[in-house]
Design a protein around this ligand. Sequence first.
Ligand code: URA
Length: 306
Amino acid sequence: MNSQRSYPALLKAEAWLRYFDDLGIHSFYRDRAGSSVMGNAPPVPALSGGESDLSDPVWNARDAAATPYVAEPQIAGIRLPTSTGERNRRLPPELHALVHPPSLFETNDPPRNETLEIIRSDLGECTRCKLHRTRHTIVFGTGNPHADLVFVGEGPGHDEDMQGLPFVGRAGKLLTQMIEAMGLRREQVYIANIVKCRPPENRAPQEDEVAACMPFLLRQIAAIGPQVIVCLGSTAAQNLLGTKKSISHFRGQWFDLHGAKVIATYHPAYLLRNPNAKLDVWIDLQKAMAILGLAPPPRKSSRERD
Ligand code: URA
């Protein structure tokens, strides 16, 4: 295998393949005369190396320029750009909207009539990222499909992976207490994660895993149409808000995500390790309660507190 072949380049290639797959183009071949053809044609063996040979020049735009038989990708006779710079400059307008569709939160016209059932069925027995190899169960999300309040965590842990439900372990029990302190029941809110499969050893999800999974979360959020989204922890906050800043810089502040108000607070697992941060989280949750019109819980009398 070519040692210069970078993982991001492969990811980009994979993204293109997925994109074509979405367009209904399921097979690709190149002819030996020098033009590349994409379409629903019978696949032919790669010119060099076979299917698993990632040193095949078609994976690399720079190699492609130097290798005469490697084709420029085309669709419907329109040449597609082969590098990011070129893609930004030269993408034909008729393809621009397809290749760079607006995110759900940028478009004024999110898909109508989407239901969580449709989204779940589209997700299927997902193998879009490597997490599928080690997961036990997909954790889609749970709760009220019309919730005003959505909580988004990072990804399933061991208990969630075994049960197929988000936030059912120790951190989940604390989240349930937080929800109940807001005067709600768990079934009244919706709970989901940035990724739906457990990352091995509970590591943070990686960029490619988030990229594969987030579209489903965004569709879920659009289908639910909550007033408020609470991001639990930095992975949720950074990915939903599109920032790499540390959560401590923007925790407790309001952001707008296409009509939904978003606030980031600390993850319940962090609170298990740092109980002193519970007050900060409670302050954030009360801000969410104010938006949702939830009454603050009655103050306990000193006799009740004792
Ligand atoms: N932590 C998360 O971020 N999500 C879960 O579902 C469980 C623990």
